[in-house]
Design a protein. Structure first.
Ligand code: ZN
Length: 322
């Protein structure tokens, strides 16, 4: 069953609560319970399995900034021409737009393939490239943007091309949402996609797979700041075991194979010197899927910063807020 990371932000709070991995049904329940309360709601664009391993995503884009409307119009035209399909377009609630094309890119690197596809369609000044990383979140359809008081709202392509930004904002003043239908597509809709366009998408996937192979090892995601620094520094005395365990759990949770993960360790001399120790811990960790979070782990928290997507993260402890 597919899951997504879900988060919300209460009115007046600067930070959203930490992301929780939930099934689609649980997310629908949360949306039902929380939407009326006016909190800001977000869910990951990517789908995950129950262990938090990335399964895939639709083709998507987030455009923001002064030229967002112009760029979104051009991007939608380019998609219509190249993929013979009408993407869903959403006004974000602030000044930007989310574009979602109903085609499912499977695999842990889905967002990197989507990024390549966007670059293949043109150059986009207002495209936010940060969304092509793991666990990226979009505001949910119908959810309020507290800065503007406007709601994330789906607009038709006619509205996109005919209306100016002020008029689009005018239709985003009330919450319209079908909680049974999340705005992110289901894998099954792939069948509706044009056959010729499907070939083009497959070419991107194959090209990407080849590029990965030629690199010799796969890094499915950027290293988090804490793991990057842990990996590059020699551990303090008495912390070797726990540091190796955390790094191993990080790699395992990001779908790196055992060999790929060992390669990552062995790029550093201090790990080469303790090769046997790393191997022993790695073998234990790789016996089953891992979860990773840095909250409460002193050896990680000293390296962690606000950019870390695992900062403040507790795994699988979500209790539905009512
Ligand atoms: Zn961290």
């Amino acid at each position: 069953m597919s899951h997504k990371y879900f988060a919300y932000r209460k009115l007046g709070n600067k930070y959203m609560n930490s992301q929780k991995l939930l099934g689609y049904g649980q997310i629908a329940n949360c949306v039902n319970a929380l939407m009326k309360t006016g909190v800001e709601l977000f869910s990951s664009i990517q789908d995950y399995d129950q262990y938090g391993r990335c399964l895939g995503s639709p083709i998507y884009a987030d455009l923001d900034g002064p030229t967002a409307l112009q760029d979104t119009r051009q991007l939608v035209s380019a998609i219509q021409e190249e993929y013979m399909s009408n993407p869903q377009v959403f006004f974000s609630g602030n000044k930007g737009f989310h574009v979602i094309l109903d085609y499912y890119i499977a695999g842990p690197d889905c967002h990197l393939i989507v990024k390549e596809m966007m670059d293949g369609l043109g150059s986009w000044k207002s495209l936010d490239y940060a969304v092509y990383t793991q666990r990226r979140q979009f505001r949910l359809e119908g959810a309020k943007h507290h800065k503007t008081g406007l709601f994330k709202t789906r607009i038709s392509t006619d509205e996109l091309f005919m209306l100016e930004l002020e008029a689009i904002k005018g239709i985003a003043t009330k919450s319209i949402v079908d909680t049974n239908k999340q705005q992110h597509i289901d894998k099954d809709t792939i069948e509706d996609f044009d056959a010729e366009a499907r070939v083009k998408v497959t070419a991107y996937q194959e090209e990407y797979a080849k590029a990965i192979q030629s690199k010799g090892h796969v890094l499915h995601t950027q290293l988090s700041p804490c793991i990057e620094k842990c990996l590059a520094s020699k551990p303090f005395d008495g912390e070797w075991n726990i540091v190796i365990t955390s790094i191993a759990r990080f790699f395992n949770s990001r779908n790196l194979s055992y060999d790929q993960a060992m390669d990552m360790f062995m790029q550093y001399e201090h790990w080469q010197d303790d090769y046997k120790h790393v191997e022993k811990v790695m073998k234990t960790i790789y016996q089953r899927p891992s979860l990773f979070g840095c909250k409460g782990a002193e050896h990680l928290e000293r390296f962690c910063d606000v950019l870390c997507e695992f900062n403040n993260k507790e795994e699988l402890d979500f209790k539905l807020v009512r």
